[in-house]
Each structure stands twice: as structure tokens, then as C-alpha cells.
Ligand binder design. Structure first.
Ligand SMILES: [Zn+2]
Length: 139
């Protein structure tokens, strides 16, 4: 049984050192995630692939109390759905990444707390393979 990333090109997988895959502008050094073909700051199309730092700091968050629209959401729905936290994690002070957070109790989250990338199971696809996605956990 395979572990399949939620979407191609989001993160390196399988890997002992998984990284989110962003892009960096060769002209102005703007970093984006997910990767883009053109720079949102200077509009040049000289983006190069950039593996992002595994650790960052929590910048803002909220709790998702109902299943997001599916697709693209591929997790549990109906009575199997469990609320989860989503937030922005700032990596290397250069890019803010929106991600699921492993901590579901908002009282335990703090602005600026250190977070680390983890790859977690999300559900199964129609072939019975495990779908995995990225998330951040306190470290
Ligand atoms: Zn640029």
C-alpha cells in the first residue's frame, strides 16, 4: 500500500527529511508557496524551485469547525469529521505558509511559537492508498 501526496509538487515525498516545495524569484528573491511560474512581486517568470525550511513560527491561526468543500478537501466528512486548526507558519522570515496544525486546542497555540513540518495521513483514495498531506506541529 502506497502513501500518496495530496497533490504533486507540494512537498518532497517519500523522504526522511520532507520539505515543502516553494519557488524563489531569481530577480527579486521573493519566495512563494505553493510554487508559482511568475513572481507575484515583480511579475518576472524566472522562478526556481526552492525547498523550504522545516521549522518556522506560528503567525496566525483559526479552528476549522466544519469540513471544507470537497474537492479539494479529501479528509473525513459527516460524523467522522473532527475540527482541526489551520494557521500561517512563517518560514525563515521569507514566506508564510497556510497549513493544518496538529494542535486542536486553540488555548495551546501562541503567536510566534516554533512549529515543525510533519507529513500526516489524511484519508484513502479510491485505490486504497493512504493520502498524506503536510501539517505543522509544535516543537
Ligand atoms: Zn520577483
Amino acid at each position: 500500500m502506497a502513501q500518496v501526496p495530496l497533490a504533486a509538487g507540494l512537498f518532497s515525498w517519500p523522504s526522511d527529511d520532507p520539505r515543502l516545495l516553494g519557488s524563489e524569484c531569481s530577480a527579486c528573491a521573493m519566495v512563494t508557496f505553493p510554487s508559482q511560474d511568475s513572481c507575484p512581486r515583480c511579475a518576472l517568470t524566472e522562478m526556481v524551485s526552492k525547498p523550504l525550511a522545516r521549522r518556522g513560527r506560528l503567525w496566525a491561526w483559526t479552528t476549522q469547525n466544519f469540513p471544507p468543500p470537497s474537492p479539494p478537501y479529501a479528509g473525513a466528512s459527516g460524523k467522522d469529521f473532527k475540527p482541526f486548526a489551520v494557521g500561517y507558519v512563517e518560514l525563515s522570515g521569507e514566506v508564510k505558509v497556510e497549513a493544518r496544525l496538529m494542535e486542536t486546542d486553540p488555548a495551546k497555540l501562541q503567536n510566534g511559537m516554533e512549529m515543525e513540518l510533519v507529513i500526516v495521513p489524511l484519508g484513502k483514495n479510491t485505490d486504497g492508498d493512504d493520502i498524506v498531506t503536510f501539517a505543522f506541529t509544535a516543537c
